[in-house]
Design a protein around this ligand. Structure first.
Ligand SMILES: Nc1ncnc2c1ncn2[C@@H]1O[C@H](COP(=O)(O)OP(=O)(O)OP(=O)(O)O)[C@@H](O)[C@H]1O
Length: 376
């Protein structure tokens, strides 16, 4: 087991002499045996980061260390890293057994030792029955398992998984996700997974590094990034369906400060924890997750009168779409609820402990939280 440390890592490419900062001053330190997800939209620099760790791409500046050893200048095969790629680059004429043992055979490791290790790893990944087969006869999920076996046979200190589930569909994807989690619990190898799927990152990782335009936005546990997103980008990227985010304005009334919508249809007393951080007469972005909006029947000082635009009953939850002035807002209610029709009048209430306020210029969270985070 080992810690992986990315220290001020920077990668610049040049296209028509114009610099592309694919990765900018990235700082991440994993714990021993930790499972970390690099998460972000297409082009944010996830794969470049993984490729630099693997040694398939040089670094522009900064250092990569495993424990105390700087590995920047080592050849990929000397880094003690196992890499399972998005595409299953296996040697087609060779059997699964031969594919898994390829590197050991190239190094003239004794046959018996190879056999023992392949058996052990195929047991772990439940691919014993596939060993005699040709790669072309494998399903997507089976190929991915073999791919991971090939990476693990080297007993790496760090395992890198590049979008391992992206070619798999529905149920297989879900099953494989659970298997990867199970495998990690067994082998406890420091693992970095690259994904653009936030649910995958939330389900698998101990901590998630959320990257935008090559810049780390937040590095935290799934609950930290979900409950305390450091900025509007993270708030909108984490969570499915996404957080409702809309403009509000601050206004003084009767000795209290309120968030209001543009035409004051929404009037919402600023919760105490935000009072010292907001200024009067300013616009903010107000975030609330769909599950933090409830439908109420009693009167409440903070209740909001509105109308249903669309009602969807999904069995285990109901989705109620409403409109407050120009903003479409979604509420998700998990308890059984009276089925509404379009146009029905309802009262909703925001959970005041679970609102998020962002600065409209910087996108940064307006609240003095103690979350380990880096603001862009
Ligand atoms: N070899 C290269 N030459 C020039 N630019 C590159 C090269 N590789 C990547 N880039 C650019 O660097 C940025 C980051 O790319 P990267 O592939 O790391 O992103 P990503 O987050 O992994 O995206 P995806 O999820 O689509 O794979 C992008 O703007 C990309 O166009």
């Amino acid at each position: 087991m080992a810690k992986l440390i990315l220290d001020n890592l920077h990668k610049t490419y040049y296209k028509n002499k114009e610099p592309i900062h694919a990765v900018s001053d990235l700082n991440i330190e994993t714990n021993d045996g930790e499972f970390v997800a690099l998460l972000g939209p297409s082009g944010c620099g996830k794969s470049t980061t993984l490729r630099m760790i693997a040694g398939l791409e040089g670094v522009t500046s900064g250092n990569i260390r495993i424990g105390d050893h700087k590995i920047n200048d080592l050849h990929p095969k000397d880094r003690n890293i196992g890499l399972a790629f998005e595409n299953y680059a296996m040697y087609p004429p060779l059997s699964v057994y031969e594919n898994i043992s390829f590197n050991m055979r190239a190094k003239n490791v004794p046959r018996q030792k190879i056999k023992k290790q392949v058996e052990k790893i195929s047991d772990l990944l439940d691919i014993k029955d596939l060993l005699h087969m040709n790669p072309s006869a494998l399903s997507g999920g089976q190929k991915q398992r073999v791919n991971i076996a090939r990476a693990l046979i080297r007993r790496p200190e760090v395992l890198l998984l590049d979008e391992p589930l992206s070619h798999l569909d529905g149920k297989v994807r879900h099953k494989m996700r659970t298997e990867i989690k199970h495998l990690h619990n067994e082998i406890k190898c420091t693992t970095i997974i690259v994904t653009h799927d936030q649910l995958e990152a939330m389900a698998l990782a101990d901590r998630i590094a959320i990257i935008k335009d090559g810049v780390l936005q937040q590095f935290g546990t799934p609950l930290e990034v979900f409950n305390h997103p450091v900025n509007e980008f993270v708030a909108g990227f984490i969570g499915e369906p996404p957080m409702n985010i809309f403009s509000v304005f601050t206004k003084f009334k009767d000795g209290n400060i309120y968030f209001t919508s543009k035409n004051e249809k929404l009037q919402f007393k600023v919760p105490d924890k935000y009072v010292e951080f907001v200024q009067e007469g300013k616009e903010y972005h107000f975030g609330i997750r769909p599950t933090d909006i409830s439908v109420i029947t009693d009167d409440h000082p903070d209740s909001i009168d509105t109308n249903v635009t669309v009602f969807e009953n999904l069995g285990e939850e109901s989705r109620i779409h409403i409109k407050i002035e120009e903003d479409n807002i979604l509420s998700i209610v998990s308890e059984e609820i009276y089925p509404f029709d379009t146009g029905d009048h309802i009262k909703i209430k925001f959970d005041t402990d679970r609102i998020h306020i962002f600065d409209i210029e910087t996108g940064g969270r307006i609240e003095n939280t103690k979350v380990t985070a880096i603001l862009s």
